[in-house]
Design a protein around this ligand. Structure first.
Ligand SMILES: [Zn+2]
Length: 136
């Protein structure tokens, strides 16, 4: 059954969610920086390839000169991604649950449930297994 989390449990899960969000916001941009740097070091972007007679791969003797600008492009994309992940434009959708019947829905500002219960933010609730019936 669904029961309300204590304030301490709510604080703990909020901290844990923030940590997961921050870790993701650091890992994905770092991977992006690496991928973009590799792609731009070894291959020409579209305009470059037209200028270079349709060549796709950067000649080996130009890798070192290509690397700094490739890294800068990678960092710009990575930082942009980091900022967008930490401060998303759209606020995340809040999931509501009815503790009485277990119905779940996205917040639409209607808090009454068809079972006569009331929807609450699922982040404030936790699932606990029902006590097994006592044996006579
Ligand atoms: Zn309900």
């Amino acid at each position: 059954m669904w029961v309300k989390k204590t304030p301490a449990e709510q604080a703990t899960s909020e901290i844990r969610n923030k940590r997961i969000q921050l870790r993701a916001a650091m890992i994905y941009p770092a991977v992006l920086i690496l991928i973009v740097t590799i792609i731009y070091t070894f291959t020409y972007p579209r305009l470059g390839s037209i200028r270079n007679g349709g060549a796709f791969l950067v000649p080996q003797n130009q890798w070192l000169t290509q690397l700094p600008s490739a890294f800068i492009v990678g960092v710009l994309i990575g930082v942009g991604t980091f900022v967008m992940m930490l401060y998303p434009k759209k606020s995340p959708k809040i999931t509501l649950i009815c503790p009485e019947c277990g119905a779940v829905k996205v917040d639409d500002e209607i808090t009454s449930c068809s079972c006569s219960g009331h929807f609450v933010d699922i982040k404030t609730m936790k699932w606990v297994e029902d006590e097994p019936p006592l044996r006579p």
